[in-house]
Design a binder for this molecule. Structure first.
Ligand SMILES: [Zn+2]
Ligand SMILES: [Zn+2]
Length: 593
């Protein structure tokens, strides 16, 4: 009964969102570029678990090359997979697109059909995709109504389920597919805070900071207002246009030399003075999470939220920039406002675009607001403090057949289950027990019917380490394990292993420097040693190139009850913003001293 209530609630919530969006955007159309129904089907399949903007980066080339359903049906999966790689889940999507196109050619003479029934019978096309096609291209509303009625999360035996999941929350989140995004043109004075934010009471900087040798006191009101403004307008990785615009505007007003477009949406601000150059890094991206907090500064973007604290990082970066701007510095300071941390490639994109050159960066510092620590504490340690992040995808290839005649098949479901179990032995039996590591299998996909043994099963998962032998051996171990287990059952396995980020390793000397500064800011007793996590951070790329230090600034509200990072109820104690700003300002000054 419980699931039924939850699903009714989800449906009601999705309906409410649809009604609101229809009211607010009466002229809304699909944000996915397309010229015909086939292009729209392909773009919609690509958009599963991905942003429209990223899909739109891939499709011009794709549509130019593949013009008909027959072209896709005849595509080489390996080539197509490469062509759509930047949209994520590319292997599943390749399979969906080719399967869908083959069915179009076989059943519909290559034309896209116009009914919910026929559409959802196509491989890879679920009701949500069908809704988009019917509503956007064929201007039929029946699809949407039907989806509402049939949106039970786990109804068995439904044909054509969208591969990427169909629960109500995600369904609601997918709505930004159908409706264009709001305010495409950036209004002037865009960083003006919302009225409720502008009413924030004036409060002086935290009393414990009073005795510090700060260049100018932290402007707490402006810090909080900036954070809340950005919190209300979250943007996903490589889509941080508004945030980047706001940052560039502020930095220019402070007389920084501003270079936008570093690493796509990244912004660099430089106050050059010759001498040594210190880089301060702040990440800007939000997450595809629907905010569940009832606060005045709640996210205004459906399905997007600053649930990791990066809104605070941007506000802190801007406040540090403001405080350093009027000072006579002994060297140069460079701010790197980085896009796309959550998808683990924004830092690399900025480095590729030269953020560490001209002037050459000598050291890099950054912070992460951290809800595992109470506000008023800071965690800093030398050496590895955040883990490497690897992604593996395993295809188990068997032979399908009747569930009642397993001897005529090679059952990939059973093989996949053994692979999952065997992978757990890597940490327990193949790794030095004194070295930290995690292996997690997080996705298992196989089968579409209770009475059919499928011909393949797909697994995905992650390996986390702090470097060392296991880090080096992991790709080989995962591959050998999957292939060896599969071979024992007469099946085959192929493994795609990718490194997303290296461990974050703090420099010994600069950790001491930052820890000293932290002790000055909050008292030595509040500086915590040994705070580290198997989570990953692409600050790793900066710290692999130049020495530096990354610190955790406690942000859990006083009195407990902190929500974890990435959760829909995530929020911070805003006093942590003041501490973070003070820590980074003083660290930069101490380094350049
Ligand atoms: Zn995060
Ligand atoms: Zn983060």
């Amino acid at each position: 009964m419980k699931t039924k209530v939850a699903s009714t609630e989800r449906k009601a919530r999705a309906r409410k969102i649809i009604a609101r969006l229809k009211r607010e955007y009466p002229d809304a159309t699909c944000a996915l570029h397309h010229q015909n129904a086939l292009e729209l089907v392909v773009a919609t399949i690509l958009s599963a678990q991905c942003t429209d903007a990223r899909v739109n980066m891939v499709t011009p080339h794709l549509f130019a090359k593949y013009r008909t359903a027959a072209d896709y049906a005849a595509a080489d999966p390996r080539v197509l997979e490469k062509e759509i790689q930047s949209t994520g889940f590319f292997r599943n999507k390749t399979k969906s697109i080719i399967g869908m196109a083959q069915a179009l050619v076989e059943r519909h003479g290559g034309e896209v059909p116009q009914t919910m029934e026929e559409l959802t019978a196509l491989p890879g096309v679920g009701r949500k995709t069908a809704n988009v096609i019917l509503g956007t291209w064929f201007k039929k509303n029946e699809g949407r109504a039907q989806a509402d009625q049939a949106a039970g999360p786990h109804a068995p035996g439904r044909p054509g389920e969208d591969r990427a999941g169909a629960d109500g929350d995600r369904a609601a989140r997918r709505l930004d597919l159908v409706f264009t995004h709001a305010d495409p043109a950036r209004p002037r004075r865009l960083h003006r805070a919302a009225p409720e934010v502008r009413r924030v009471r004036h409060q002086p900087a935290v009393p414990q900071l009073a005795g510090m040798r700060a260049p100018a006191p932290v402007d707490r009101d402006s810090l909080v207002a900036t954070r809340r403004d950005i919190h209300q307008h979250p943007e996903l990785g490589f889509e941080e246009m508004r945030t980047a615009g706001l940052i560039a505007e502020r930095l220019r007003a402070l007389n920084y030399q501003v270079t936008p477009g570093i690493g796509k949406t990244g912004v660099v601000g430089l106050k050059g003075n010759g001498g040594r150059c210190v880089l301060l890094r702040a990440d800007m991206d939000a997450l595809p999470v629907e905010e569940a907090n009832a606060v005045p500064y709640r996210s205004r973007e459906t399905g997007k939220m600053h649930a990791c604290g990066h809104d605070g990082h941007v506000a802190i970066g801007l406040e540090v920039a403001r405080r350093l701007a009027p000072l006579e510095l002994a060297g140069s300071v460079k701010f790197a406002f980085q896009p796309a941390e959550e998808v683990s490639n924004g830092a690399q994109a900025m480095i590729n675009d030269g953020v560490l050159d001209k002037p050459k960066v000598d050291a890099a510092f950054g912070i992460h607001l951290w809800n595992d620590l109470p506000v008023g504490t800071i965690g800093i340690m030398a050496g590895p403090m955040m883990a490497s992040v690897d992604l593996f995808e395993i295809e188990v290839l068997g032979r399908g057949g009747h569930a009642a005649a397993p001897h005529q098949t090679i059952d990939p479901v059973l093989v996949a289950a053994h692979v999952v179990t065997a992978l757990q032995s890597l940490v327990s039996r193949r790794r030095d027990p004194l070295a930290e590591a995690v292996v997690s299998v997080t996705e298992v996909h196989a089968g579409r019917a209770f009475n059919v043994i499928p011909d393949r099963a797909d697994l995905r998962g992650t390996v986390r380490t702090f470097g060392g032998h296991f880090f080096e051996d992991a790709p080989r171990l995962v591959e050998e394990t999957a292939q060896g287990v599969a071979a024992a059952f007469g099946a085959r396995a192929t493994v795609n292993y990718r490194r997303l980020s290296a461990p974050v390793i703090n420099n010994e000397e600069l950790s001491v420097l930052m820890r000293d500064v932290a002790a000055g800011v909050i008292g030595a007793g509040n500086v915590r040693q040994g705070v580290r996590t198997m989570g990953g951070e692409d600050m790793a790329y900066f710290l692999a190139s130049v020495p530096g230090c990354f610190a955790f600034v406690g942000s859990a509200p006083k009195g407990g009850g902190a929500s974890p990072h990435h959760s829909p109820t995530f929020d911070i104690d805003e006093e942590s913003l003041v501490i973070g700003a003070e820590l980074l300002t003083q660290t930069a000054l101490r380094y350049l001293h």
